[in-house]
Design a protein around this ligand. Structure first.
Ligand code: TRP
Length: 374
C-alpha cells in the first residue's frame, strides 16, 4: 500500500492520489501515443479528455479499438453511477466521453444505476432513499441528451427481474476467495457487497453471454472502479467471453482542493442540482494552487473543450498561481454556470422520459436463450 492514500471501489482517502503508482498497484496500462493514435483513427478525432490526460490508463482498450477498426465484434459502451446522492460534475467525466463515442460511431450505450450497491455499502442509507437518488440520477442522465434508441438505463433495483437471473450465471463462476482478493473486502463485510461485486460485471458481459455472438464492452470509468471491473475479466476468462476494454480517468479536484470531488463531502462538490448562483459562489470561493492543485483549473481541464483558452490559463497558473486562479475561476464560471442552467431546464422537461430509456427486457427473452453455457 502506498502511504498517504487509499483507493478502492468503496473508499478514496488521503491528501493526494498518486495516479502513477495506481498504474502499478492495479497493473494497468498507460494510454500511450500508440493507443491514442489508434483511438483517433477509430473515432476520427481525438477527444480532449484523452489528449489532456484525464483518461490516462487502460486495460484491454486496444482490443476494443481493434474490434471497432476491423469489425471483429460489436462494441458497446458501458458505465454507471452509484446512487449515493445527487450527481456532481465529476460524475460527468465518463458519461461525457461515452456520449461522444456514441455520437461518433452510433454505439449502443448501457448506463447502470447501482442503487443496490449504495444500499448494501452504506449503513446510513435506506432502500427507499437510494431508489429516490436513483430516480434523480436517471433524470440527470437523461437530461444530458442521448440517442434514445441506442441508450439503455440499467437501474438495478428497478430491472431486477432480468438482472438477477443474468447475474446468477456470473456469480456461480467466482468463489468468495477470488472475489475477496480482487475487490478488497474481508470476512467482516456483508454478503450484499460481495454479491453486488458481480452485479457490476453483468452488463459488461451480458450481450455476448446472452446472444452468443461476438460483442465487447468498452468501459470508460474512474480509476477507482478498476478492481470491481476486474471481476468481469476473471469471469470472462472462465466463460470464454470477450473481456471488456476499459479506460480509466482521474478524479476532479474537490472545491477545497480535496483529491476527489465526493458526494459524501457536499462542501467539496458542484452538484448538477445546485442553483446556478450557488455554483458561481462555490467556484468563486474555491481553493487556489499551482496547476495540479487548482480546483477551477481542473474543472476547465474536464469541461472547457477550447484548448487555446485552457492552455493559456494553465500557463498563467504555472507561472503565477494566484493570477492564474483568478482567470481559471472566471472562465470556469463562464463555462459551468450556463451549462448547469440549461441542464436544469432540460431536466424538468425530461420528467416522463426516464421510463423510455429504462432497459426493461434482457438482451434476449430469458426462456429463449440458446446459450449452451446456461
Ligand atoms: N460502482 C460505481 C460507483 O460507485 C457505479 C457503477 C455501476 C459503475 N456500474 C458501473 C462505474 C460500471 C463504472 C462502470 O459509483
Amino acid at each position: 500500500m502506498i502511504p498517504g492514500f487509499r483507493i478502492t471501489p468503496w473508499e478514496v482517502s488521503g491528501d493526494t492520489v498518486d495516479y502513477n503508482s495506481l498504474i502499478s498497484l492495479f497493473e494497468l496500462d498507460v494510454v500511450t501515443t500508440e493507443v491514442r493514435n489508434l483511438f483517433q483513427e477509430v473515432f476520427g478525432e481525438e477527444h480532449y479528455l484523452i489528449s489532456r490526460g484525464i483518461f490516462y490508463a487502460h486495460r484491454f482498450l486496444r482490443l476494443a479499438l481493434l474490434d471497432l477498426k476491423y469489425n471483429r465484434a460489436k462494441v458497446y459502451i458501458f458505465t454507471g453511477r452509484g446512487a449515493s446522492g445527487p450527481m456532481h460534475i465529476g460524475h460527468l467525466i465518463p458519461v461525457n466521453l461515452a456520449k461522444w463515442m456514441q455520437e461518433r460511431l452510433g454505439l449502443h450505450f448501457f448506463f447502470q444505476i447501482s442503487d443496490d450497491e449504495k444500499f448494501v455499502l452504506r449503513p446510513d442509507l435506506g432502500l427507499k432513499q437510494v431508489r429516490k437518488y436513483a430516480l434523480g440520477n436517471a433524470l440527470d442522465f437523461v437530461a444530458l441528451g442521448f440517442d434514445e434508441k441506442r441508450t439503455h438505463i440499467i437501474w438495478d433495483t428497478q430491472v431486477a427481474s432480468w438482472l438477477y437471473p443474468l447475474t446468477l450465471k456470473l456469480a456461480k463462476r467466482i468463489s468468495l476467495s477470488e472475489l475477496k482478493n480482487l475487490v478488497k473486502i474481508d470476512d467482516s463485510w456483508n454478503v450484499g457487497v460481495a454479491f453486488y461485486s458481480v452485479v457490476q460485471s453483468m452488463p459488461a458481459l451480458m450481450m455476448e453471454m446472452e446472444l452468443n455472438e461476438p460483442y465487447r464492452a468498452l468501459v470508460p470509468m474512474a480509476v477507482d472502479q478498476d478492481p470491481l471491473m476486474r471481476v468481469s475479466v476473471l469471469i470472462a476468462d472462465k466463460m470464454g467471453l470477450r473481456k471488456p476494454g476499459m479506460i480509466h480517468s482521474k478524479f476532479l479536484l474537490g472545491l477545497k482542493g480535496e483529491p476527489k470531488m465526493g458526494t459524501r463531502y457536499p462542501e467539496s462538490a458542484i452538484f448538477l442540482t445546485d442553483p446556478p448562483e450557488v455554483v458561481r459562489e462555490k467556484i468563486e470561493g474555491s481553493a487556489c494552487g499551482p496547476p495540479r492543485r487548482c480546483p477551477a483549473l481542473s474543472y476547465l481541464r474536464a469541461f472547457d473543450p477550447d484548448d487555446e483558452s485552457f492552455f493559456s490559463i494553465w500557463e498563467v497558473c504555472f507561472n503565477d498561481p494566484e493570477e492564474g486562479c483568478k482567470l481559471a475561476k472566471k472562465r470556469a464560471i463562464e463555462v459551468l454556470v450556463p451549462f448547469i442552467e440549461e441542464h436544469q431546464m432540460r431536466r424538468k422537461e425530461m420528467r416522463d422520459k426516464v421510463d423510455e430509456y429504462l432497459m426493461k427486457e434482457p438482451p434476449i427473452p430469458l426462456d429463449k436463450s440458446l446459450d449452451p453455457r446456461d
